[in-house]
Design a protein around this ligand. Structure first.
Ligand SMILES: [Zn+2]
Length: 372
């Protein structure tokens, strides 16, 4: 039932071994409508061959009514990657960026110690590039600056850019989980129930106790969501409406974005709007920025918005990535006096519809063009 409701994004992690036989314990995890980690199911593996992963994924699909996830997040394991490509060809496969970043200081140790600005340049390129074009331009100059053209490890990572570089993965729905570090949190939750001395029979029994506890935690949050009053921060109609439709945790996240949105200036981008109109686009384009920041260091976000339907998207791609509207889109909502969150921004599990259904390719193309 948890998978049917929240299984659109699933993390899959093989790094955990807690039983007497040192068999990898592989949990299938996700997040629920309270943003709590949930285990959908798990497997104990005898080996880590691609054929074993394929068997597990096929058996899993059989168990959940052949309903594959939209996105699967894993650590960087080649056997698992090939099994996913075979069994889940239509699922987006993302790599855990946290696991990858843990290897940077070791694999690039020489550069980190020799060049003081290396870390900043590297992080700017990987984590702060908003679009694919910006990332590619920064990557090219970064590789040239530090003579990294022949660095084998880095080259391998670059080839996997579609699976972990935020500029490429930002528009893939991941329900705020861009790493399997959440499943590691889940592993420590499991540690209370099992240890390296646990035999298999006991392991299964204790795992079931852990699942029962997880279900109780969800019930406790349901109670809080239904019964506890939520303090307003801005007292706007939009905020009141959000408090009625989101769970407590999702509302807290929404409220943070709404408060931040009040710090932004919104200006109509006439050139893009006119060009879009000429090409038959129904969207109006806005640029959004914090006026207090220096113009040369300013991050400008572009929002495409259609007043009649309140459909919109932003170059930060938070809506597609997490299911919540970003502060920039909310700043445009405020400017255009949108007083309710439109229904297609929310589905039953509190997450949004895939943006591909909402916004046409032309708009995405226009946004990229404005960014350049
Ligand atoms: Zn945004």
């Amino acid at each position: 039932m948890a998978y049917q409701n929240f299984g659109d994004v699933m993390a899959f992690d093989t790094t955990y071994r807690t039983n007497r036989y040192a068999m990898p314990f592989v949990p299938f995890t996700g997040v629920n409508h309270h943003y709590q980690s949930v285990i959908f199911g798990f497997a104990l593996m005898r080996d880590e061959h691609a054929s074993t992963f394929e068997w597990i994924l096929r058996t899993w699909l059989e168990g959940v009514g052949s309903n594959p996830p939209l996105t699967i997040i894993t650590d960087q394991d080649q056997a698992m990657a090939s099994a996913i490509a075979v069994v889940l060809p239509n699922t987006t496969h993302l790599l855990c960026s946290w696991h990858i970043s843990q290897k940077f200081p070791e694999k690039l140790a020489h550069y980190y110690s020799a060049f003081p600005e290396f870390k900043t340049d590297f992080n700017n390129c990987i984590y702060k590039s908003l679009t694919e074009c910006v990332f590619e331009a920064r990557w090219a100059s970064f590789v040239e600056k530090y003579h990294l053209q022949d660095h084998k490890w880095l080259k391998g990572l670059y080839e996997l850019k579609h699976k972990w570089i935020p500029a490429y993965t930002r528009n893939k729905f991941s329900a705020f989980q861009n790493s399997t570090s959440r499943s590691e949190g889940m592993n420590s939750f499991f540690d209370k129930y099992v240890s390296s001395a646990t035999g298999l029979k006991e392991f299964i029994e204790n795992a079931q106790k852990a699942l029962a506890r997880q279900f109780m935690r969800e019930k406790e949050e349901d109670y809080v969501t239904i019964n506890l009053k939520r303090p307003m921060k801005l007292h706007t109609t939009l905020e009141y409406h959000a408090s009625c439709i989101y769970t407590k945790e999702m509302f807290r996240r929404f409220q943070d974005e709404l408060v931040e949105s009040s710090k932004y200036f919104v200006e109509k981008d006439r050139r893009a709007s006119e060009e879009g109109e000429r090409m038959g686009d129904v969207y109006t384009y806005y640029s959004c920025y914090r006026p207090m920041s220096e113009p040369t260091r300013r991050n400008v976000y572009f929002v495409a918005f259609e007043k009649a339907s309140s459909l919109g998207m932003c170059t930060c791609r938070m809506l597609e990535h997490s299911g919540l509207p970003c502060r920039h889109l909310l700043a445009v909502f405020t400017k255009k006096r949108v007083s309710e969150i439109p229904p297609y921004y929310i589905n039953r599990s509190g997450q949004c519809m895939p943006i591909e259904l909402m916004v046409c390719c032309l708009t995405i193309w226009m946004l990229d063009k404005v960014m350049r």
